[in-house]
Design a binder for this molecule. Structure first.
Ligand SMILES: Cc1cc2nc3c(=O)[nH]c(=O)nc-3n(C[C@H](O)[C@H](O)[C@H](O)COP(=O)(O)O)c2cc1C
Length: 333
């Protein structure tokens, strides 16, 4: 067991928000929102599994909440996916726009299915009051110790809202109200050093870095954006150097809170790089859980690789000297 400033993790390897949906599927063959690779990995072996961001009310976002797709409707479903998620240069661009079933249905339909997992619940809203009422629902539905933490997503690009305007109020409201430890998810597109300092001042337990990076791809022939939302968020291998930079900069700025790193992590070396940069735990996102459709057929092999990765991270001891600054002296003329 690892204790990150009150957040209890089974080990230092987590899964990032949303890549495993709500942490379970209701039916064996319909893995709604859950990466198909997940069925080949015992998810209870992860340090923790972070849910998709949940809002007060159900939201279609830029995708769909329908779960009753028939095999002959596969084309329509794939079309919806193409409007919200595309494979691009070294990563993925997505704009699901907080498509989720809402917090009440989550607790009713999915939370009871994941009692064997160590869970972190991601919450999203557009005001401090909304975050406050989400925290109240979690307080009511999840007894102390039932989940490892809540994660406040106050940095998503795909919902057309400037979260910088509400962050201070959200932290002042949500942190004291929560019976569970609190994580704040940081974005490279906001003033993440200021946000981390605010988190420290407001008693947040730890930080998650980084949320996906605001991005754009256009169809070269028509000039139309590839995604329904226009702009989207980049994740995967392409953002790993940005994630490393942000973790290192947080440490150089003297941020002492534990950091859970996510950004392009695929293998053990990626984890070690993030630990050297200053992370205390690492999290698997799109570079592991998303694939081109045919490659999901290799799920059993990928599952084996992930199980070995969990074991490697479990055995790993954090380097003692890792907090040293990365920035070097300016070169002599
Ligand atoms: C398809 C998709 C959906 C995502 N949805 C959420 C979300 O609901 N809430 C959130 O906080 N982050 C969300 N993220 C961001 C990831 O949790 C993660 O922070 C980001 O992708 C960077 O990590 P990665 O490069 O390892 O994927 C999503 C990412 C992807 C690819």
């Amino acid at each position: 067991m690892i204790d990150l400033n009150g957040i209890k993790l089974r080990n230092r390897l987590l899964t990032s928000s949303s890549l495993l949906g709500y942490g379970a599927s209701k039916r064996r063959l319909i893995l709604y929102g859950l990466s198909p690779i997940a069925q080949w990995v015992p998810l209870e072996r992860f340090g923790a599994v972070v849910t998709r961001t949940l809002t007060s009310e159900p939201r279609e976002g830029n995708f769909t909440l329908r779960e009753d797709w028939k095999p002959w409707q596969a084309g329509e479903l794939l079309g919806r996916y193409r409007g919200a998620l595309r494979r691009v240069d070294g990563g993925w661009i997505n704009a699901f726009g907080w498509s989720n079933i809402g917090i009440d249905r989550y607790f009713h339909e999915y939370h009871p299915l994941t009692a064997h997992l160590n869970r972190i619940i991601s919450l999203g809203g557009f005001s401090a009051a909304e975050f406050g009422s989400l925290v109240e629902v979690v307080n009511r539905e999840a007894p102390v110790g039932d989940i490892a933490a809540i994660e406040l997503n106050v940095s998503c690009h795909n919902v057309g809202f400037d979260f910088g305007t509400i962050l201070a109020d959200v932290l002042a409201t949500a942190v004291p109200l929560s019976r569970h430890p609190v994580l704040l998810k940081l974005s490279p597109d906001y003033d993440y050093l200021a946000h981390a300092r605010l988190a420290q001042l407001n008693g947040v337990n730890a930080l998650t870095a980084i949320n996906s990076v605001k991005a754009l791809r256009l169809d070269p022939v028509t000039g139309r954006p590839l995604l329904k939302n226009g702009y989207g968020s980049l994740s995967g291998r392409a953002i790993k150097p940005i994630g490393l930079r942000i973790v290192a900069e947080l440490r150089e700025a003297g941020i002492g809170l534990p950091i859970i790193a996510t950004g392009g992590i695929h293998d053990f070396d990626d984890c070690r790089e993030y630990f050297w940069a200053g992370a205390d735990a690492v999290s698997l996102g799109s570079a592991v859980w998303l694939r081109r459709m045919p490659a999901y057929a290799l799920g059993p092999f990928e599952g084996l690789r992930i199980r070995r990765l969990i074991s490697a991270v479990e055995r790993y001891r954090l380097p003692a000297r890792r907090a040293r600054p990365i920035a070097v002296e300016p070169a002599q003329a």
